[in-house]
Design a protein around this ligand. Structure first.
Ligand code: CMP
Length: 141
């Protein structure tokens, strides 16, 4: 199925000037960009986006980190792009993410309370629909 997925270049990626490199990898893979917008997250948007992590020990540092600078909010499109982008991104922990992936090639552990792992990607069609609705209310999954 042709799918859409919500991708975020997190504040660490934007700060380090990796937005272009990350978009390049998405496009080189063959996915298309349906929306791209640099913006500041808000506590309200993050509470919705990270609802499933509320109560976890890294939740407060995660929200603080996501508010530390602009994020690049992106909607990508393509056959099985949800799974495909997860594969491009690599494992959550950048220390063990495989080389060849965004996190494995460009990320590392900085010894902070939250994993600063450069990107977010929706993990399933239901979350893609939910997250695209949060970040781009005018778009549909
Ligand atoms: P993501 O999967 O996009 O959304 C949840 C985020 O929380 C995750 O990326 C990491 O940035 C962070 N995270 C997840 N698990 C941990 C953990 N065990 N310790 C610190 N941060 C985490």
């Amino acid at each position: 199925d042709v799918q859409r997925s919500l991708v975020l270049v997190k504040p660490d990626g934007v700060r380090r000037g990796l937005s272009g490199e990350i978009l390049r990898r998405i496009e080189a893979k063959g996915y298309t960009l349906a929306a791209v917008e640099l913006r500041d997250a808000t506590p309200e948007v993050l509470a919705e986006h990270y609802a499933e992590h509320e109560g976890k020990p890294f939740y407060a540092p995660l929200v603080e980190f996501m508010l530390s600078g602009p994020v690049l909010a992106v909607v990508i499109e393509g056959e099985r792009c949800i799974e495909g982008f997860r594969s491009l991104a690599g494992a959550t922990d950048p220390t063990v993410a495989a080389p060849g992936t965004i996190r494995g090639d460009l990320g590392r552990d900085w010894g902070l309370a939250v994993q600063q792992n450069l990107v977010h990607g929706s993990d399933a069609p239901e979350s893609a629909a939910r997250e695209i609705g949060i970040w781009f209310p005018g778009l549909t999954a």
